[in-house]
Design a protein around this ligand. Structure first.
Ligand code: BG6
Ligand code: MG
Length: 234
Protein backbone atom coordinates (compact mmCIF):
# COMPACT_ATOMS: atom_id res chain seq x y z
CA UNK A 1 0.00 0.00 0.00
CA UNK A 2 1.56 3.29 -1.03
CA UNK A 3 1.64 6.13 1.42
CA UNK A 4 2.15 9.75 0.42
CA UNK A 5 5.38 10.87 2.10
CA UNK A 6 7.38 13.12 -0.20
CA UNK A 7 6.77 16.07 -2.54
CA UNK A 8 9.63 16.88 -4.93
CA UNK A 9 9.58 20.26 -6.65
CA UNK A 10 11.33 21.33 -9.77
CA UNK A 11 12.40 24.96 -9.27
CA UNK A 12 12.47 26.94 -12.53
CA UNK A 13 8.90 27.32 -13.80
CA UNK A 14 7.30 25.62 -10.79
CA UNK A 15 8.30 27.70 -7.76
CA UNK A 16 9.65 30.78 -9.54
CA UNK A 17 9.58 32.05 -13.12
CA UNK A 18 13.31 32.18 -13.75
CA UNK A 19 12.85 31.23 -17.43
CA UNK A 20 12.63 34.97 -18.16
CA UNK A 21 16.09 35.56 -16.65
CA UNK A 22 17.59 32.56 -18.45
CA UNK A 23 16.09 34.01 -21.64
CA UNK A 24 17.53 37.50 -21.09
CA UNK A 25 21.00 36.05 -20.48
CA UNK A 26 20.90 33.62 -23.43
CA UNK A 27 19.56 36.36 -25.73
CA UNK A 28 22.38 38.66 -24.70
CA UNK A 29 24.89 35.92 -25.50
CA UNK A 30 23.27 35.25 -28.89
CA UNK A 31 23.38 38.95 -29.71
CA UNK A 32 27.03 39.10 -28.80
CA UNK A 33 27.60 36.15 -31.14
CA UNK A 34 25.71 37.99 -33.89
CA UNK A 35 22.33 36.29 -34.12
CA UNK A 36 18.85 36.61 -32.65
CA UNK A 37 17.35 34.26 -30.12
CA UNK A 38 13.57 34.38 -29.73
CA UNK A 39 11.29 33.56 -26.82
CA UNK A 40 10.04 30.64 -28.87
CA UNK A 41 13.60 29.30 -29.17
CA UNK A 42 13.90 29.71 -25.42
CA UNK A 43 11.03 27.24 -24.86
CA UNK A 44 13.39 24.49 -25.98
CA UNK A 45 15.74 25.24 -23.08
CA UNK A 46 13.24 24.61 -20.28
CA UNK A 47 14.43 21.82 -17.99
CA UNK A 48 17.56 21.38 -20.11
CA UNK A 49 21.06 21.58 -18.56
CA UNK A 50 23.25 24.64 -19.03
CA UNK A 51 25.66 23.03 -21.51
CA UNK A 52 22.89 21.38 -23.49
CA UNK A 53 21.07 24.74 -23.59
CA UNK A 54 24.20 26.35 -25.04
CA UNK A 55 24.41 23.67 -27.71
CA UNK A 56 20.76 24.31 -28.70
CA UNK A 57 21.45 28.06 -28.81
CA UNK A 58 24.53 27.60 -30.99
CA UNK A 59 22.53 25.35 -33.34
CA UNK A 60 19.88 28.10 -33.64
CA UNK A 61 22.64 30.52 -34.69
CA UNK A 62 24.29 27.94 -36.94
CA UNK A 63 27.56 28.24 -35.02
CA UNK A 64 30.15 25.72 -33.97
CA UNK A 65 32.53 26.19 -31.03
CA UNK A 66 35.29 24.18 -29.42
CA UNK A 67 34.70 22.63 -25.99
CA UNK A 68 36.88 25.30 -24.42
CA UNK A 69 34.91 28.09 -26.11
CA UNK A 70 31.66 26.49 -24.99
CA UNK A 71 32.79 26.46 -21.36
CA UNK A 72 33.73 30.12 -21.64
CA UNK A 73 30.40 31.07 -23.24
CA UNK A 74 28.36 29.12 -20.67
CA UNK A 75 30.28 30.80 -17.85
CA UNK A 76 29.63 34.21 -19.38
CA UNK A 77 25.91 33.53 -19.69
CA UNK A 78 25.84 32.33 -16.10
CA UNK A 79 27.51 35.51 -14.84
CA UNK A 80 24.70 37.56 -16.40
CA UNK A 81 22.05 35.14 -15.14
CA UNK A 82 23.39 35.35 -11.58
CA UNK A 83 23.23 39.16 -11.78
CA UNK A 84 19.49 38.82 -12.49
CA UNK A 85 18.71 36.26 -9.82
CA UNK A 86 20.59 38.22 -7.17
CA UNK A 87 17.84 40.86 -7.59
CA UNK A 88 15.07 38.35 -6.80
CA UNK A 89 12.99 38.49 -3.63
CA UNK A 90 9.93 36.79 -2.11
CA UNK A 91 7.60 38.64 -4.47
CA UNK A 92 8.80 36.31 -7.25
CA UNK A 93 7.48 33.14 -5.64
CA UNK A 94 4.69 32.00 -7.97
CA UNK A 95 1.09 32.41 -6.70
CA UNK A 96 -0.10 29.75 -4.27
CA UNK A 97 3.32 28.10 -3.78
CA UNK A 98 3.90 29.39 -0.23
CA UNK A 99 0.50 28.31 1.18
CA UNK A 100 0.95 24.92 -0.48
CA UNK A 101 4.41 24.45 1.08
CA UNK A 102 2.89 25.40 4.44
CA UNK A 103 0.10 22.84 3.94
CA UNK A 104 2.67 20.13 3.17
CA UNK A 105 4.55 20.96 6.37
CA UNK A 106 1.30 20.95 8.39
CA UNK A 107 0.58 17.47 6.99
CA UNK A 108 4.12 16.23 7.72
CA UNK A 109 5.01 15.58 4.11
CA UNK A 110 8.77 15.70 3.43
CA UNK A 111 9.68 18.41 0.92
CA UNK A 112 12.52 18.07 -1.60
CA UNK A 113 13.91 20.12 -4.45
CA UNK A 114 14.84 18.33 -7.68
CA UNK A 115 16.37 20.91 -9.98
CA UNK A 116 18.83 20.81 -12.86
CA UNK A 117 20.09 24.26 -11.89
CA UNK A 118 23.47 24.84 -10.29
CA UNK A 119 22.01 28.13 -9.02
CA UNK A 120 19.09 26.50 -7.19
CA UNK A 121 20.33 27.20 -3.66
CA UNK A 122 21.00 30.86 -4.48
CA UNK A 123 17.46 31.25 -5.79
CA UNK A 124 15.87 29.56 -2.76
CA UNK A 125 17.91 31.85 -0.50
CA UNK A 126 16.98 34.98 -2.45
CA UNK A 127 13.24 34.26 -2.27
CA UNK A 128 13.54 33.11 1.35
CA UNK A 129 12.17 29.56 1.26
CA UNK A 130 15.26 27.39 1.85
CA UNK A 131 14.01 26.31 5.28
CA UNK A 132 10.97 24.55 3.79
CA UNK A 133 13.20 22.02 2.06
CA UNK A 134 14.29 18.89 3.90
CA UNK A 135 16.34 17.75 0.90
CA UNK A 136 17.91 19.77 -1.92
CA UNK A 137 19.16 18.05 -5.07
CA UNK A 138 20.49 20.51 -7.63
CA UNK A 139 22.66 20.58 -10.74
CA UNK A 140 25.80 20.32 -8.60
CA UNK A 141 24.79 16.94 -7.18
CA UNK A 142 23.68 15.07 -10.29
CA UNK A 143 25.72 13.81 -13.20
CA UNK A 144 22.89 12.94 -15.57
CA UNK A 145 20.40 15.55 -16.80
CA UNK A 146 16.62 15.08 -17.02
CA UNK A 147 15.02 13.02 -18.60
CA UNK A 148 17.39 10.76 -16.69
CA UNK A 149 15.64 10.04 -13.37
CA UNK A 150 18.79 10.61 -11.24
CA UNK A 151 17.72 13.98 -9.78
CA UNK A 152 14.45 12.57 -8.42
CA UNK A 153 15.78 9.13 -7.46
CA UNK A 154 18.53 10.79 -5.42
CA UNK A 155 15.98 13.14 -3.80
CA UNK A 156 13.88 10.19 -2.64
CA UNK A 157 16.97 8.30 -1.46
CA UNK A 158 18.18 11.27 0.61
CA UNK A 159 14.68 11.63 2.07
CA UNK A 160 14.64 7.91 2.87
CA UNK A 161 11.37 7.43 0.96
CA UNK A 162 10.54 4.82 -1.69
CA UNK A 163 9.76 6.27 -5.15
CA UNK A 164 6.17 5.09 -5.07
CA UNK A 165 5.55 7.37 -2.06
CA UNK A 166 6.79 10.46 -3.89
CA UNK A 167 5.04 13.03 -6.06
CA UNK A 168 6.98 15.29 -8.43
CA UNK A 169 5.88 18.75 -9.63
CA UNK A 170 7.36 19.59 -13.03
CA UNK A 171 6.82 22.17 -15.78
CA UNK A 172 9.11 20.61 -18.43
CA UNK A 173 8.54 17.56 -20.58
CA UNK A 174 12.04 16.24 -19.82
CA UNK A 175 11.25 16.48 -16.11
CA UNK A 176 7.94 14.64 -16.46
CA UNK A 177 9.71 11.84 -18.27
CA UNK A 178 12.41 11.75 -15.57
CA UNK A 179 9.79 11.47 -12.79
CA UNK A 180 7.92 8.69 -14.60
CA UNK A 181 11.18 6.81 -15.13
CA UNK A 182 11.87 7.20 -11.39
CA UNK A 183 8.54 5.42 -10.73
CA UNK A 184 6.91 8.44 -9.08
CA UNK A 185 3.55 10.14 -9.41
CA UNK A 186 4.00 13.29 -11.50
CA UNK A 187 1.91 16.45 -11.55
CA UNK A 188 2.59 18.73 -14.50
CA UNK A 189 2.47 22.48 -13.86
CA UNK A 190 1.41 24.41 -16.96
CA UNK A 191 -0.45 23.64 -20.16
CA UNK A 192 -1.90 20.09 -20.44
CA UNK A 193 -1.42 20.25 -24.24
CA UNK A 194 2.33 20.64 -23.78
CA UNK A 195 2.87 18.28 -20.85
CA UNK A 196 2.47 14.71 -22.03
CA UNK A 197 2.33 11.71 -19.74
CA UNK A 198 1.82 13.45 -16.38
CA UNK A 199 -0.72 11.79 -14.07
CA UNK A 200 -2.39 15.17 -13.70
CA UNK A 201 -1.70 18.74 -14.86
CA UNK A 202 -2.48 21.89 -12.88
CA UNK A 203 -2.18 25.44 -14.26
CA UNK A 204 -0.37 26.55 -11.09
CA UNK A 205 -0.74 26.45 -7.31
CA UNK A 206 -3.25 29.33 -6.97
CA UNK A 207 -6.25 27.18 -6.16
CA UNK A 208 -4.42 23.96 -5.42
CA UNK A 209 -4.82 22.55 -1.94
CA UNK A 210 -3.66 19.56 0.05
CA UNK A 211 -6.89 17.56 -0.45
CA UNK A 212 -6.62 17.74 -4.24
CA UNK A 213 -2.95 16.77 -3.98
CA UNK A 214 -3.82 13.70 -1.91
CA UNK A 215 -6.62 12.72 -4.30
CA UNK A 216 -4.27 12.89 -7.30
CA UNK A 217 -1.71 10.73 -5.49
CA UNK A 218 -4.32 8.15 -4.51
CA UNK A 219 -5.79 7.97 -8.01
CA UNK A 220 -2.36 7.68 -9.62
CA UNK A 221 -0.72 5.31 -7.20
CA UNK A 222 -3.30 2.80 -6.08
CA UNK A 223 -5.80 1.28 -8.41
CA UNK A 224 -7.71 -0.88 -5.93
CA UNK A 225 -7.58 -0.34 -2.19
CA UNK A 226 -6.63 3.21 -1.34
CA UNK A 227 -7.24 3.18 2.39
CA UNK A 228 -3.51 2.97 3.18
CA UNK A 229 -2.74 6.28 1.54
CA UNK A 230 -5.60 8.02 3.33
CA UNK A 231 -5.34 6.35 6.71
CA UNK A 232 -2.23 8.23 7.84
CA UNK A 233 -4.21 11.44 7.84
CA UNK A 234 -7.13 10.06 9.85
C1 BG6 B 1 16.70 24.24 -15.30
C2 BG6 B 1 16.15 25.25 -16.29
O1 BG6 B 1 15.96 24.26 -14.12
O2 BG6 B 1 18.05 24.54 -14.99
C3 BG6 B 1 17.02 25.31 -17.53
O3 BG6 B 1 14.83 24.89 -16.64
C4 BG6 B 1 18.46 25.59 -17.12
O4 BG6 B 1 16.54 26.31 -18.39
C5 BG6 B 1 18.94 24.54 -16.11
O5 BG6 B 1 19.31 25.58 -18.26
C6 BG6 B 1 20.37 24.77 -15.63
O6 BG6 B 1 20.40 25.97 -14.88
P1 BG6 B 1 21.72 26.69 -14.39
O7 BG6 B 1 21.22 27.70 -13.39
O8 BG6 B 1 22.59 25.66 -13.74
O9 BG6 B 1 22.37 27.29 -15.59
MG1 MG C 1 11.39 23.67 -14.74
Amino acid sequence: MNELKLAIFDLDGVIVDTAKYHYLAWKRLAQELGFDFTERDNERLKGVSRMRSLEILLAVGGQQKTEEEKLHLAAKKNTWYVEYIMQMDASEILPGVLPFLQALKANKITIALGSASKNARTILERVGITSFFDVIVDGNLVTKAKPDPEVFTLGAQLAGVPPQSAVVFEDAQAGIEAALRAGMTVIGVGDPQLLQGAHHVIPGFSSFGFDEFLDIFITASCANDCQGAKSRLE
